[in-house]
Design a protein around this ligand. Sequence first.
Ligand code: TYM
Length: 321
Amino acid sequence: MTKRAFSAFKPTGHLTLGNLLGAIMPAVRLQDEADCVYAVADLHALTVRHDPDRLRARTLEAATLLLACGLDRSLVYIQSRVPAHTELAYLLESTAYFGEMRRMIQFKEKSAGQEEVRLSLLTYPALMAADILLHRVDLVPVGEDQRQHVELTRDLALRFNRLYGQTFTVPEAVHPRLAARVMDLTMPTAKMGKSDGSVAGTIYLLDPPADVRHKIMRAVTDSGTEVRHDPRDKPGVSNLLTLLAACSGRPIDSFAHQTYGALKRETADAVVETLRPVQERYAELSADPAELARTLAAGAAGAVERTADLMVAARRAIGVL
Ligand code: TYM
């Protein structure tokens, strides 16, 4: 039977090269073997301070970018347009425990030292579990940082099935072999992120080529001069080698650069060439907003239709139908 896949992207900022290599490119490849659905998780962006107009703009930008990156053989939609996500999230909040939510690494990191922690930041993994379980998927292409949330999703699915009868498919996370955790260029021990990385160390998918080159040429490298892949002792150089390998499609050990400068130049070329077709396609799609709106509306309608049965089954099982 054809496998099914789902993943989502949170529009808390502009999409990055980490998103592309860690999840979008694997999601594009999965289209060859699985029936795929991908969403822009705008409700997830409400978990931290946000500006409504900026969120609207970034949601559309992210959806357009997903299509521009090649997810055009999948159903692509905006999460908030499909009310079943929040409905199922509540049933899963009623399956999950406070203790397991509080222990999530991302919750601990994002709430640390904050005075006003939104309650939705704590319950976020229940909404993410709902996103996935709603679509009865087998595979969830994500970067390394989402591993724990997918594990929790599996736990919730198994618990719900045990308590109320077989309802959910238990999904599995799939991580890319390379680039499951792209690091910040200026702080190679921290993840490259939309909101948690530094602007100088983060490559955004819509960065002009000159900015991409500038950021990579200024990337922090390590002491010494030897170019070798060793994430523990040489995190900066290893991150560049990973970017180069992932963007060129060649294995890491096929590169033999004599200097950090040469490695940076080739990495910059490979990243610029990877982003070029995405940016060209983004410009074309953005030039026809009516067509884009139709595509996303059709995606949402498709998602409503595909998830109706599951929602009925889940409500029946738990006793609210
Ligand atoms: P988000 O929006 O932070 O990231 C989207 C995807 O990109 C991956 N990613 C990375 N991969 C490698 N290196 C990096 N530096 C890097 N930064 C981000 C993430 O692992 C993710 O796969 N909670 C999710 C969004 C979400 C979701 C879902 C994902 C909501 N519902 C259902 C899967 C299934 C998030 O915040 O990802």
